[in-house]
Ligand binder design. Sequence first.
Ligand code: A3P
Length: 303
Amino acid sequence: PKERNWDGTFLYLYQNFWCPSIAMKAVVSFQQHFEARDTDIILASTPKSGTTWLKALAFTIVNRTSYPLKDSPLLTTAPHELVPFTEFDLYFKSQCPNLEDYPTPRIFATHTPYASLPCSIKDSECRIVYVCRNPFDQLISHWHFTLKLRRENVEPLPLEEGFEMYCKGIHSFGPFWDHVLGFWKASLERPDKVLFLKYEDMKENIVSHAKRLAEFIGFPFSSEEEKQGVIEEISRLCSFESLKDLEVNKNGSRPSGAPNNAFFRKAEVGDWGNHLTPSMAKRMEKLIEEKLGGSGLSFKVSS
Ligand code: A3P
């Protein structure tokens, strides 16, 4: 099965998820060829859930002793270049990329659902950090993003239509529910392997989450660093406010064609309230209950 994607390209139903046509080959190559190492750190998410933020944080935490923060590569290089996507960078550029020379620990990002991850990721000791976002805001963020990706000859997708498609699970790497549940269940079964983070919790207290992340990926902050305020400094450096105004993030584009600035919009919890009608919101609430009820997973939807 094939559907029209929100930006006018196509989505293919592959292993029960909707894969953007542009990423299809890369997802398959990733599954077939990726050899995880025990030291790898895999950042996973559905699009528009805080991936860019998580990349910035993980990269900075891991490399904090290699550069003083004022000279951080994050100031001159886009987070997506520092931490490449398996589908939009590595296996997008080559069917069999050479990943041997990446410094240890290698940090890669992926939107591939848990069930479809390469076996070597699940079987090795590598860590997975998943970030999810409440579906109301993720939907709105995704809709804005696809408007920016759209080619000029493609009509913008009305939000009402995007909403309908979202409810049917037809969006990049959707259905949303299956994606989050896959990683949620894995995090309950294997808490030492999968760390499950929520965008809204990170917005509420980034310092405690940066600390948790650092511990989980094996780079805990020392008490000396804590005293010196290093966690606060890293959190500030990786904040939306600091990243969105950097020249490198305002200009240029990704190999997939997405402009770098499309990854920085508003970064708010509850922006959906400016877009969804009360009846759409009710339907979304019902869907959340239907799809996630009983899983123990819940979302904060306003700030
Ligand atoms: P909005 O469209 O709601 O503004 P992703 O990185 O997974 O593509 O998600 C993009 C969303 O995260 C966008 O949300 C973007 O503004 C927000 N974002 C980007 N960088 C961020 C940061 N450093 N802190 C918090 N949110 C960020």
